[in-house]
Design a protein. Structure first.
Length: 395
């Protein structure tokens, strides 16, 4: 609020002004909020003696009156880095204990904790990203020559380091799962044909595992070896399905196991299961193809946002040179549009693009596959375009 001491009385109040106890007050709108720096204020008033004009020069200093000391950002960063280092030392000590005292090996860990192996691609890059971001923030806060958007670049680089391996793993795993589901349906067709010729399910799987090809070759080879050692057919098929990680394969594997345990001629049951699964995979493929239109719509919307941002940034310098005092009456002037900081204007829109990139990319994954993990590669693509194109073609 801007307060002007006066010694005369007003006959009427204008919009935005208030007069009480010899004090004339005017609420400065958010659009004309004063930025740090030098400003000139001009007030024009009229009475019976004519028009009068008063001018003041003042400096806007947001740090004035604040107590010195406070929390040093560098100490906060170093404290967080110390906690990360302590966590790393704890992890290294735990690994050394398991290896030296319990005889753990990397292969044994992979077999006993297969789910945790999928998280290695996330936690290890996350730790590296946290350490890198902390080091980058220390440099950004202590550098003598400030680089524009350096803090944003550091945070984006940390996000890329933390999520890029997980995005690649998710994308590859998704494609492999789809290929395995199609291959499993084809395997069921071959099993049904073999059993129609008089071959039992155990021998059919062992024959298919002799010279396997395709995305299921490793699982088929393991299953054939397990059946050769005398393990039960149902147990082998369940383990076969778990190794693929596909819920669809696990469902039809249970169906085949229950049919085999019931006995009799199950070739027709397996054939119907294979045909049903093949139709489901085709429906899923058709659905993904139809979802390309909405995904492209989201990319187009992001491109439109980028163009709108570029247009507003181009218009901002003209707005900064415009006298906006006429929008708020003749009583108050904002010389040269001092309330508009073009640099801050560009930075805010850069933040807008980054937030939109993160949100839109993750939304694509949730919209198409029902899981935000499948949108990580879309997010990285949009963020990369924003980081590269905004400084080059907009600012």
């Amino acid at each position: 609020m801007l307060v002007v001491q006066t010694v005369f009385e007003l006959t009427s109040d204008d919009d935005g002004f208030s007069f009480q106890d010899g004090v004339l007050s005017y609420n400065v709108t958010g659009f004309l909020a004063f930025q740090p720096g030098n400003h000139t204020l001009t007030v024009r008033a009229s009475d019976g003696d004519g028009e009068h004009e008063f001018t003041w020069n003042f400096t806007m200093d947001p740090t004035a009156g604040q107590e010195e000391g406070g929390i040093d950002p560098l100490l906060v960063v170093l404290g967080v880095a110390g906690l990360v280092g302590l966590a790393l030392l704890t992890g290294v000590a735990t690994v050394l204990y398991l290896v030296l005292a319990k005889g753990y090996t990397w292969r044994k860990f992979q077999v006993r904790f297969p789910r945790l192996m999928g998280l290695v691609a996330f936690y290890v890059p996350l730790v590296v990203a946290v350490v890198g971001v902390l080091a980058g923030l220390v440099y950004a806060t202590s550098a003598e020559h400030k680089i524009r958007f350096l803090v944003e670049y550091v945070l984006v680089a940390g996000a890329f380091t933390a999520t890029a391996p997980l995005a690649v793993q998710t994308l590859r795993g998704h494609g492999l799962r789809l290929a395995q589901e199609k291959a499993f349906a084809q395997m069921l067709f071959e099993m049904a044909d073999a059993m129609r010729g008089g071959i039992d399910p155990v021998k059919a799987v062992r024959e298919l595992g002799q010279n396997p090809t395709g995305p299921l070759k490793n699982q088929l080879r393991v299953a054939a070896d397990a059946l050769g050692l005398g393990r039960p057919f149902g147990e082998v098929m369940q383990q076969f399905a778990r190794n693929t990680g596909s819920s669809l394969i696990q469902r039809y594997s249970r169906l085949v196991t229950e049919a085999a345990s019931a006995g009799g001629d199950i070739s027709l049951v397996i054939y119907r299961a294979a045909k049903d699964m093949d139709e489901l995979t085709k429906i899923a493929t058709e659905r993904r193809q139809k979802m390309r239109g909405p995904v492209m719509t989201m990319y187009i919307a992001f491109g439109v946002l980028f163009l709108i941002t570029a247009t507003l940034i181009d218009f901002a310098p003209n707005l900064a040179e415009t006298d906006l005092s006429g929008l708020f009456g003749d009583g108050v002037g904002a010389a040269g549009g001092a309330g508009l900081d073009v640099a801050a204007f560009e930075q805010k829109f850069f933040h807008l693009l980054l937030v939109a990139s993160f949100g839109t990319g993750l939304l694509v994954g949730a919209f198409t596959e029902g899981n935000v993990r499948h949108g990580l590669h879309h997010m990285l693509l949009m963020v990369g375009v924003s980081v590269v194109a905004y400084p080059l073609f907009v600012v």
